[in-house]
Write a protein that binds this ligand. Structure first.
Ligand code: ADP
Ligand code: MG
Ligand code: MG
Length: 889
């Protein structure tokens, strides 16, 4: 194999082999852009080195040959005493990764060649500045010396001279600093700073290889599901110098505004600087537009190059460049990151420019971005004080009174206060408080911390790891930078999309994108209009492309109507249990307590018209579209009072010698129905089989509602869904009764209702015997929430708060399997059941109604396995439509 590629040999499609940076350096070289010559060592070489602990045999010679060629081209040798060639050694994996080794600049400088460089450049200061940078970077990243030691020494040098910025240090000062730095290396690394340039280069290359396996890099890969065997490439690039005086400098730029997508000049420039000075904030940069005044020739050339890059990559690019004494050099480019709003706008702009087509535009945006655009936002025009910034852990805008413990959060929220729970970090004991709070703010912990994971699971706004905030839970207060103290009860606002924390109440404005979906168009700011226009067009692209239909999970007419506005093509899950709550509870209680058949029938008879009315409303809201109604699913005890509360009431009545016959019966029933594992107990189809008349009452309500809608010239399309089936026998019995009821209603009303009956597939056994179950089902709807619980053997309510954090931190999950479908486990059961079901009944309709139906990754999976539709909560519908379109293009 060939282990080394000259920049002229690669191209942008070789990212696997050359890493992102190397592939793009090659691409720019071949476009004829001014890239300093160099070469890339492949990921293959890295893999061999990591597997065997040694470089592949051929690598050394290949590197030598390429170095020779580079020296030839540059007319000087690496580290040559009188006129040194210097290089940078830069890591560059396929995906950019925190934890990978930083770049080492100025390799080739030594006690000797620093003199040569000074003479050659006619600038002593520059040469010593470059040398001290080399020792600093090399010491830190290759030899593992604590970087602060160098920083401290640099600070002392500045202090001794009473100057504030590094450019004010003179050659003599820097020379002293080099001596100091070399001493630090000697003491800390136990060896001298290497004077042999080739040794410097080889050590740096090996350090890049080794950095692939640092703990941080490994953890990051586990969390992001990046394979561990990709390896990193290493780029060796001849140095150009931005630190050669005022006619030199370094900068970063975007080909268009990454916040709005507008074309224009965006970037920062710093004169007389090298490498990361520009982003490190050591001196104040100037806006890129100012470069026009500083160096018009370079500026014009840069603008030209940016246009070339955009037309070539057909996307927004970000770039790094350096100017050496009036000569422009390109050091990096890649397709640039952008805000969610800009992603939509740029995608449509590029379509309009004729650079990409609709299918490609869909690949330029994603559902997570759309979801982000749908959250309400803080009104940016209000003048409020930002007091901190943490990690944007769970989106949304939350306002409330600061409370510092769970107990207060619950107490205050019960009395109608809105609260933000502020903690250093959360743990399972904080769960009640988190549920009660509008939002959660912590000063410690990252994206996988307990607070972040649980908040995301609950869909609650969360900012975590806001480290500038000093949270003192004992004294119930926090101190913000500047010393201001937020006491318990003070209003604060947190933005879970940006991670910002504000003092006081920031007004919340609805998202213009939601206003648009809701059909409430209004003349807004130009920015909002452009965004809405872009979203509108992208959604149209997606709807044209997608094969999956998108339905909503909705239990009442109001939600159904909203879902329709958001583009739902039916209801995939209507839960009937909500129809059993509120003032109907009493009827349900009587049903459960019934001693005689007559009593039971009486309560069912009273429930029937109420249920029917619900369905009439739902069917009319969804006229012409399918509505899947799930028969009663949860365990009965959920409709009865809490056991402790009831015991107290009984005891109280007893002590007061009041009559408590009924209470006692209720308590006995609660005891009778109490289950250790309700999730695995008497629920779903099991209820239908042991409580006579319950399911048939529900079926009758559906059938009669449908008949009534038909009589009113409506077009009801009801589908009856039986939950928690594990074996076809259960379904057959329920189905037989249901068919009979439907036939009765049809006969009585003289209508053909065309009701279909199907089942949920939410137990492993159902998935494994799907071929048999399909004999009795006209459709399957995968209940992936319960399926995930039963396949993994954990109960969601318990595990998310207890051990998921640990699992995420250890990288066992990249993401909770309740958030994104576990393709390998739960997913393969879905696939198997879909295939077996269709083998039995080719026209079997297949859908999914778990929360996964609105999750981007999962939608792609459901597309791949050939389901007909996904169903999700009304607010996720646009996301599902978009992702279904992306999956199909
Ligand atoms: P990162 O992946 O962190 O962006 P880079 O390899 O791009 O690391 O390098 C860090 C900094 O050093 C960047 O500002 C880059 O432009 C600069 N740099 C890298 N190689 C050279 C070089 N050969 N000459 C001048 N500057 C360089
Ligand atoms: Mg870096
Ligand atoms: Mg870079």
């Amino acid at each position: 194999a060939k282990f080394v590629y000259d920049f002229t040999e690669g191209n942008k499609d070789l990212k696997d082999l050359l890493g992102g940076k190397g592939a793009n350096l090659a691409e720019m070289t071949n476009l004829g852009l001014p890239v300093p010559p160099g070469f890339t060592i492949t990921t293959e070489a890295c893999k061999t080195y990591l597997d065997s602990g040694e470089e592949p045999a051929a690598l050394r010679d290949e590197v030598s040959a390429h170095l020779d060629a580079l020296e030839e081209a540059m007319g000087k040798k690496l580290g040559q005493a009188d006129n040194p060639l210097l290089v940078s050694v830069r890591s560059g994996a396929k995906f950019s990764m925190p934890g990978m080794m930083d770049t080492v600049l100025n390799i080739g400088l030594s006690d000797k060649s620093v003199q040569g460089l000074a003479k050659q450049a006619g600038d002593e200061r520059f040469a010593w500045d470059s040398y001290r940078r080399l020792i600093q970077m090399f010491g830190k990243t290759v030899l593992g010396v604590d970087g602060e030691l160098f920083e401290d020494a640099l600070e002392s040098a500045k202090a001794a001279k009473k100057v504030t910025v590094d450019t004010e240090l003179e050659a003599a000062d820097l020379k002293k600093l080099v001596t100091k730095f070399k001493k630090i290396v000697k003491t800390e690394a136990g060896r001298d700073f290497p004077q042999d340039p080739r040794e410097q280069m080889d050590l740096a290359i090996h350090a890049v290889f080794d950095s692939w396996n640092t703990d941080r890099a490994k953890l990051y890969r586990r969390q992001e599901r990046i394979p561990h065997d990709l390896g990193t490439a290493v780029n060796v690039c001849s140095m150009v110098f931005g630190n050669l005086g005022p006619d030199s400098g370094t900068g970063v730029a975007f080909t268009r505004d990454p916040a709005s997508g507008h074309q224009g000049v965006y970037g920062d420039y710093l004169q007389n600087a090298q490498g990361e000075d520009v982003v490190a904030g050591i001196r104040n940069t100037v806006p890129l537009a100012d470069l026009e005044k500083i160096d018009k020739k370079s500026y014009d050339q840069l603008m030209q190059i940016m246009e070339t890059l955009e037309n070539h990559y057909k996307d927004l690019c970000d770039i790094e460049f350096t100017i050496e004494r009036g000569q422009l050099w390109m050091l990096q480019t890649r397709v640039g990151k952008r805000t969610a709003g800009a992603a939509f706008r740029i995608a449509t702009q590029l379509v309009d420019q004729g650079l990409i087509d609709e299918a490609e535009a869909l690949q330029r945006v994603n559902g997570a971005q759309l979801a982000q655009l749908m959250f309400p936002r803080f009104d940016e025009d209000t003048k409020v004080q930002t007091v901190g910034r943490g990690i944007a852990a769970s989106p949304g805008a939350a306002v409330g009174k600061a409370v510092f413990d769970s107990y207060t959060a619950v107490k205050w929220s019960r009395s109608g206060e809105k609260v933000i729970l502020v903690r250093r970090e959360t743990n399972p004991d904080d769960l009640d408080g988190m549920i009660a709070a509008e939002g959660i703010l912590t000063s410690r912990g990252g994206k996988t911390s307990h607070a972040a994971v649980v908040a995301r699971g609950m869909g609650k706004t969360c900012v975590c790891g806001a480290e500038e905030l000093e949270v003192d839970t004992k004294r119930r207060r926090m101190t913000v930078p500047g010393g201001h103290v937020v006491e318990e009860g003070d209003l604060i606002s947190i933005d879970g999309s940006s991670g910002k924390v504000y003092l006081g109440e920031v007004p919340v404005v609805p998202s213009p994108v939601v206003e648009y979906f809701e059909g409430r168009m209004h003349a807004g700011a130009q920015d909002a209009d452009e965004l809405v226009e872009a979203v509108h067009r992208i959604m149209a692209f997606a709807d044209r492309k997608r094969r999956l239909r998108v339905r909503a999970n909705a239990d009442n007419a109001e939600d159904a109507m909203r879902a329709r506005r958001f583009g739902a093509q039916g209801i995939g899950l209507c839960r009937t249990e909500h129809m059993f709550l509120g003032d109907r509870r009493e009827l349900v209680e009587r049903l459960i307590l019934a001693d005689t058949e007559a009593e039971r029938e009486e309560s069912l008879k009273q429930l029937l018209p109420l249920q029917k009315q619900d369905f009439v409303e739902l069917f009319s809201a969804m006229d012409g579209l399918p509505v899947t109604v799930r028969l009663l699913d949860p365990p009965l005890h959920e409709f009865l009072p809490d056991i402790t509360e009831l015991s107290v009431r009984v005891a109280l009545a007893e002590s007061r010698q009041e009559p408590h016959e009924n209470l006692l019966r209720l308590l006995q029933a609660v005891h009778r129905l109490h289950e250790q594992n309700p999730m695995l107990g008497l629920r779903g189809v099991r209820l239908g089989l042991v409580i006579p008349g319950l399911f048939t009452m529900q079926v009758r309500a559906i059938a009669e509602a449908a008949a009534e809608r038909k009589a009113a010239k409506g077009d009801p399309r009801a589908e009856i869904m039986i939950p928690l089936v594990g074996t076809v026998q259960e379904l057959e019995i329920v189905r037989e009764e249901a068919d009979q009821v439907v036939a009765e209603v049809e006969a009585a009303t003289g209508t053909d209702l065309k009701l279909s009956i199907g089942t949920m597939i939410e137990l492993p056994r159902a998935a494994l015997t799907a071929g048999q179950i399909a004999e009795a089902a006209e459709f399957f709807s995968f209940g992936t929430n319960d399926l995930t619980q039963t396949v993994w053997g954990f109960s969601r309510d318990d595990v998310e708060a207890s051990f998921f954090t640990a699992y995420l931190e250890k990288g066992i999950f990249g993401v909770s399997p309740f958030e994104t479908i576990d393709r390998d486990g739960v997913g393969s059961l879905v696939k198997l059941a879909a295939e077996a079901g269709r083998a039995t009944r080719p026209d079997l309709k297949l859908g999914v109604c778990g929360e996964h139906g609105g999750d981007p990754e999962s939608v792609h999976f459901f597309h791949e396995v050939g389901l007909d539709y996904v169903s999700c909560s009304p607010f996720r519908i646009p996301v599902a439509r978009l992702e279904a379109g992306r999956a199909a293009s």
